[in-house]
Design a binder for this molecule. Structure first.
Ligand code: 5RP
Length: 231
């Protein structure tokens, strides 16, 4: 009797979607690269075809360092007008491709690189797929002097926000700003929510990606990669 195939671990699922994303990379071009543990698997996979691409535009110092260590040239986003594809992870993704991002504090640069890309391919394990965004505490990058007022504004929406810390001090992003994480939100209309919060003075970037949503999601499941296409 043969034993059933062992379900993949979360790490293996991340590696699978990272590898599967190579199918979406246009050879001879510059690719947009996100941030996080799933993207790290993608960078490892990208290293195997590094001679077939021109390089990458990266969304964080951490990803840039990993790309360079893998021998992949990193371009500044200002050097490139448009990218054909941006590949990045998500903290949550809904069935329309809207996402919460910023668990790795890179949301501002992620939104910028996503905005200059024709296609967003999200790579995520199955735990990230949700019906409604908001169980994952929403990251918001803020100008430090506005943090307390923005926290009070979220309280009026029913959210409980706190400044993200590292080693007992406010975490400082690659852009020199702070992150607040907001729990207790149910984001029913991600586009309206993104527009509203983006206008609050002192908000640099809200971690709802509704305007820069995913076109495709490669979802790692215990039995393999599922491809979700969004309109
Ligand atoms: C970083 C992000 C990441 O894409 C998100 O946090 C997912 O990370 P991981 O792949 O490690 O689960 O938005 O700012």
């Amino acid at each position: 009797m043969t034993s059933p195939a062992t379900p993949l671990t979360q790490d293996q699922m991340k590696a699978q979607v990272g590898f599967a994303a190579l199918d979406y990379v246009s050879r001879g071009e510059i690719v947009g690269v996100g941030t996080g543990s799933t993207v790290n698997k993608f960078i490892d996979a990208l290293a195997t075809i590094k001679d077939e691409i021109k390089g990458a535009v990266s969304s964080s110092v951490a990803s840039s360092e990993r790309l360079r260590a893998a021998g992949i040239p990193v371009f500044d986003s200002n050097e490139v007008e448009e990218l054909s594809v941006y590949i990045d992870g998500a903290d949550e993704i809904d069935h329309r491709g809207h996402m919460i991002k910023g668990g790795g504090a890179a949301l501002t640069r992620e939104k910028i690189v996503a905005a200059q890309s024709r296609r967003f391919v999200c790579i995520a394990d199955a735990s990230k797929l949700v019906t409604t965004l908001g169980d994952f505490p929403l990251p918001v990058e803020v100008i430090p002097m506005a943090a307390r007022r923005i926290i009070r504004q979220f309280a009026r929406l029913g959210g409980e926000a706190q400044v993200r810390e590292k080693d007992g001090l406010p975490l400082v992003t690659d852009n020199g700003q702070h992150i607040i994480d907001v729990s207790g939100l149910k984001i029913i209309d991600p586009r309206a929510f993104e527009v509203e919060v983006s206008q609050w003075p002192g908000v640099v970037t809200v971690g709802v990606f509704a305007y820069q949503k995913a076109d495709v999601c490669l979802l790692g499941t215990p039995s393999g990669v599922e491809v979700l296409q969004f309109d």
